[in-house]
Write a protein that binds this ligand. Structure first.
Ligand SMILES: [Zn+2]
Length: 604
């Protein structure tokens, strides 16, 4: 009785939500194709709140027994096909494969799956919602959506028809759908698959980590090996290629236990939504106050900002050029999937690597997607065989793709091997990376390649002391007064900004730094600087998050500056003698810096 009521409610819901009309349209497509399949797949959009309001028991069924609920809709749809003669070729109810697509889940803790919690409940086979960042994806492979089996005894009535249809259900492995040890219920003969009816779908496997796990990449665990557990998500059919490396998603799915060469909890995804970072509504009162005090000049605010930035690491007033450039690079990132050429990469030449390292570490921590590349891993994607034995190749993100819409700090440039530096140079030039998948190596007939956009700014430094110590031939490659002989000149050139922080530069005043360090040692509370007390790290976090999402336009002055600079640069380029001194990319970035400056100052 209850089952009948449930079917009635399902039909009413389908009718009211427009789902019935969509189902009829989908049937028409199958009917017109005249092709006969083992199974016919239909997606039905379900809004759980609406269903619960209509008939609580059906809503409960959908949320907590989704496989059984799908059967309710399956028989309703079969009746519809038969009474309305929707698909001529369709014979049995088992041929209908219903996938209930949920719009959302109730926002209650019991529906959330915390990736940090253990163990994961995979036995209840119900929907959960979870959130995570994609760290690896596989190539797309095929799976069997459905197959038709026939009794091998020709005298048996089940040697014809659609008595034995097997359909993929969430969490099932390939071998559950297709096997050769099924027996006929009627005569116990073995069943054989009728291959021409097999229906194939697309499948992709994605690995996600909890958002909190990204903190492991942020600075402080430097050189400490670490590992974190990822969770495997199965994407099928229309969900394939809907997730990108480095992005954060909310996923509704059914946890399940997959047993292949190893046993692991996986999620069969039902729906995916891209998460957007929350953009703060404004800046802190401290900065608002500073802004109104400095409103007379369009540069003052930015200058003060650079002056006081990271004042617990370097004394206010020192390293201002570097700090200004770091702030510019930080506000150039965006959460809105903008053109990747907005990036501003920074290379610092310094003899004080310890301090620079601390300053850069602090800066990337102001960002959710600031990644400090751990030396033990790869900067760019790597390949591995997928552990679920699906024949797919898994592409692991690497630091650069994880730093999507943020900063990837790769430490000392000379600590990377020559081939990695060549790879870095090509990425800096093209803002994308192509991964080649040799078919032979991974048991496939064809070679494949996948290209990923690299949407982050790279920060790095070169230790000047070790550079000059290791290399006596100083006159080899000189950029201005700096010796970069360890790093190929064309690589240096691909960085948007090259900042000289050596002892003779105004960027590197020794004395105040020493004094600052001493004062900090005496007063560990760090209350010496009024500025650092007034503007907290949180203030800066808010300011940067706000500023980077602003849409800015050039002011008249800025435009005039750029115009003047272009005129000058054209003159330089056409001049044969001086033309060779300033590269085209250097010119490009000079203009770029003016644009950044205007974003920092004018827009606020
Ligand atoms: Zn039989």
């Amino acid at each position: 009785m209850s089952n009948l009521k449930m079917k009635e409610a399902a039909l009413i819901y389908l009718d009211r939500s427009g789902g019935l009309q969509k189902f009829i349209d989908d049937c028409k497509y199958y009917n017109d194709s005249k092709q006969s399949y083992a199974v016919y797949r239909f997606n039905i959009l379900i809004n759980p709140s609406d269903v619960v309001e209509l008939y609580a028991e059906l809503g409960n069924h959908i949320l907590h027994h989704p496989l059984k609920a799908a059967q309710v809709f399956q028989s309703v749809c079969f009746i519809a096909v038969k009474t309305l003669s929707l698909i001529g070729q369709l014979q049995t109810e088992t041929q209908i494969n219903i996938v209930l697509k949920l719009t959302h889940l109730p926002s209650l803790p019991s529906y959330c799956l915390d990736l940090c919690e253990f163990p994961v409940d995979y036995t209840s086979q119900r929907f959960y919602i979870m959130q995570g960042i994609v760290i690896a994806i596989t190539t797309v492979t095929k799976y069997t959506q459905g197959a038709r089996f026939l009794c091998s005894d020709e005298a048996c009535p089940f040697s014809k028809g659609f008595q034995y249809v097997r359909v993929h259900v969430p969490g099932a492995t390939e071998s559950a759908t297709i096997r050769n040890d099924f027996l006929c219920n009627l005569c116990s003969s073995s069943l054989q698959e009728d291959r021409k009816f097999r229906v194939l779908g697309d499948k992709q496997i994605v690995e996600i980590i909890a958002t909190e796990a990204l903190h492991a990449f942020q600075g402080y665990s430097k050189n400490q090996p670490f590992r974190f557990q990822s969770l495997t998500i199965f994407l099928r059919d229309e969900l394939v290629n809907k997730m990108n490396i480095g992005n954060e998603y909310k996923i509704i799915g059914i946890p399940t236990c997959v047993k292949t060469s190893q046993t692991a909890v996986c999620i069969e995804a039902n729906s995916i939504t891209l998460c957007h970072l929350k953009v703060p509504s404004g800046i802190s009162d401290n900065f608002r106050c500073l802004l109104s005090l400095t409103s007379s000049s369009c540069w003052k605010f930015t200058a003060i900002l650079a002056n006081i930035f990271a004042s617990h690491i370097v004394p206010p007033g020192t390293y201002n050029l570097l700090k200004l450039c770091l702030l510019m690079s930080l506000v150039q990132t965006s959460d809105r999937n903008k053109e990747s050429e907005d990036c501003l990469d920074i290379l610092i030449i310094t003899s004080d690597t310890l301090l620079i390292d601390r300053l850069l570490n602090f800066s990337i921590n102001l960002f959710p997607h600031g990644i400090r590349h751990p030396g033990s891993t790869e900067i760019f994607p790597t390949l591995s065989r997928n552990k679920y034995g699906t024949g797919a190749v898994s592409i692991q993100a690497g630091s650069a793709l994880l730093a999507k819409d943020g900063i990837c700090f790769i430490g000392d440039l000379s600590s990377h091997k020559k081939d990695k530096l060549e790879q870095l140079q090509s990425v800096l030039e093209s803002r994308s990376i192509t991964v080649y998948i040799p078919g032979k190596k991974f048991g496939d007939d064809i070679d494949q390649q996948m290209t990923f956009p690299v949407q982050c700014s790279f920060w790095s430094f070169v230790d000047m002391d070790s550079s000059s110590r290791r290399n006596t031939q100083k006159n080899n490659t000189l950029i201005g007064q700096m010796d970069c002989s360890l790093i190929p000149a064309n690589l240096v050139e691909t960085f948007g900004l090259l900042i000289n922080c050596n002892e003779s530069s105004p960027c590197h005043p020794h004395f105040p730094t020493v004094q600052h360090t001493l004062k900090k040692a005496i007063d560990p509370e760090g209350l010496f600087y009024f500025a650092s007390k007034q503007f907290t790290t949180e203030d800066f976090e808010k300011l940067l998050a706000f500023a980077k999402n602003l849409d800015v336009e050039f002011s008249l002055e800025a435009e005039r500056m750029i115009h003047g600079y272009y005129l000058a640069s054209r003159r330089i380029r056409t001049d044969f003698i001086y033309g060779s001194k300033l590269s085209a990319s250097a010119l490009k970035y000079l203009g770029h810096c003016i644009l950044c400056c205007s974003k920092c100052s004018i827009s606020l």
